[in-house]
Design a protein around this ligand. Structure first.
Ligand code: SAM
Ligand code: SF4
Length: 354
């Protein structure tokens, strides 16, 4: 509790963030309002998913990380500037030491109404332990990444993961009243045949399922061309068996949803490669060292740690954020093909957060 008090005090004595007048006030050069911040609170993880990380990863030295207090101050500055949705991700957010203290502290912005949603993307390994506390902090829905329902395949894809633990985590989250959405990366030759079964299972358990195309981020041990499965092909195959109807449902993210008549559930497609989703981008991403990436698929970034640490007031920080938003690019240039074998950007997904 001491840390929570400390964070709250440093962040302004528990005083709520002032809601941005009239909604968003960070507008990028293409007229897009930036209302969504994703924070990678750690680059570390207790899994080593083959499409995300090499097995032998070098992580940032702990001394380079922003403290939880600094992450809180930065988040609050963004909320003051119009962010309405905050997602903690990673690496695995729930392996960051004392992460619940940060989540507890940030939940004050939900209470004041300054923030509409506080959520996480997790691999589920630690969920059993944290589910009820997350619910208590006002976390209403979370994303859990799960690429297969087969424990052996799960072990193969995550290298270090324990399927039973993730299942227990999902159950614990649901028991705590948190809505769970499953995210699965579609991988050629790995889970393409399983997608119908995953869909039926997820919907049967009251969960939406979103499929993601693998993105060329960071060097991994394998070849991404071998893994890449265009979701246009997956959708076409699913349509032979299920009735898919486009629906306007939105969660603030890039997924496009269909309703599946046979299951009554929702299926989302995140298609950075087959369908460019940049035109409606409303988000920016912050790393655990205070680097702000204005686009997941571009190298350009802004350092916020310097201005954050340079003064106790937020003026320098606020100016640095404005300057960064002012150069948010129009979109990414992801390509996965046999000629383009290098990743589009050198950092891994675990650095910027998925
Ligand atoms: N560890 C947490 C998890 O797995 O949910 C949060 C971080 S993880 C980087 C966030 C999401 O990114 C996961 O759903 C993961 O499957 C996805 N992901 C990781 N690397 C990816 C890649 N190269 N292309 C597409 N999705 C990727
Ligand atoms: Fe860890 Fe998530 Fe990357 Fe898997 S996808 S290695 S769980 S950060």
């Amino acid at each position: 509790m001491e840390i929570v008090k400390d964070i709250v005090e440093r962040a302004g004595g528990g005083v709520a963030a002032t809601p941005a007048p009239g909604g968003a006030n960070m507008i990028d050069p293409f007229g897009r309002a930036i209302t969504y911040l994703r924070i990678s609170v750690t680059d570390r993880c207790d899994f080593r998913c083959v499409y995300c990380m090499a097995e032998d990863m070098t992580f940032l030295p702990k001394r380079d990380l922003l403290t939880l207090e600094e992450l809180d101050r930065l988040s609050t500055a963004f909320i003051d500037k119009g962010v309405r949705k905050l997602r903690l991700t990673g690496g695995e957010p729930l392996v960051r030491r004392n992460i619940m203290h940060l989540i507890r502290s940030l939940s004050r912005h939900l209470e004041t109404g300054a923030l509409e949603e506080l959520t996480i993307t997790t691999n589920g390994s630690q969920l059993e332990r944290f589910a009820s506390e997350l619910a208590d902090c006002g976390v209403k829905r979370i994303n859990v990444s799960l690429d297969t329902l087969d424990p052996d395949k799960f072990k193969a894809i995550t290298r270090w993961g324990d399927f039973a633990k993730v299942m227990a985590g999902i159950k614990a989250a649901q028991a705590a009243g948190i809505r769970v959405k499953l995210n699965a990366v579609a991988l050629k030759g790995f889970n393409d045949d399983e997608i119908p079964a995953m869909l039926e299972w997820a919907h049967g358990e009251g969960m939406d399922l979103t499929l993601i195309e693998t993105m060329p981020l960071g060097e991994i041990d394998g070849d991404r061309t071998d893994q890449y499965l265009p979701l246009s092909a997956v959708r076409a195959r699913l349509s032979e068996r299920f009735t898919l109807t486009d629906i306007p449902y939105k969660t603030g993210g890039p997924a496009r949803y269909v309703e599946v008549a046979e299951t009554g559930g929702r299926l989302g497609f995140i298609t950075p490669l087959t369908h460019n989703f940049c035109e409606s981008c409303n988000r920016v991403r912050l790393t655990c060292t205070g680097t702000l990436y204005m686009c997941l698929g571009q190298e350009d970034a802004a350092d916020l740690r310097g201005p954050l640490r340079a003064s106790e007031g937020n003026e320098l920080l606020s100016n640095a954020i404005d300057e960064a938003i002012g150069r948010k690019p129009k979109g990414h240039d992801f390509i996965i093909d046999r000629e383009t074998r290098r990743p589009a950007v050198s950092r891994h997904m675990s650095v910027t957060g998925g």
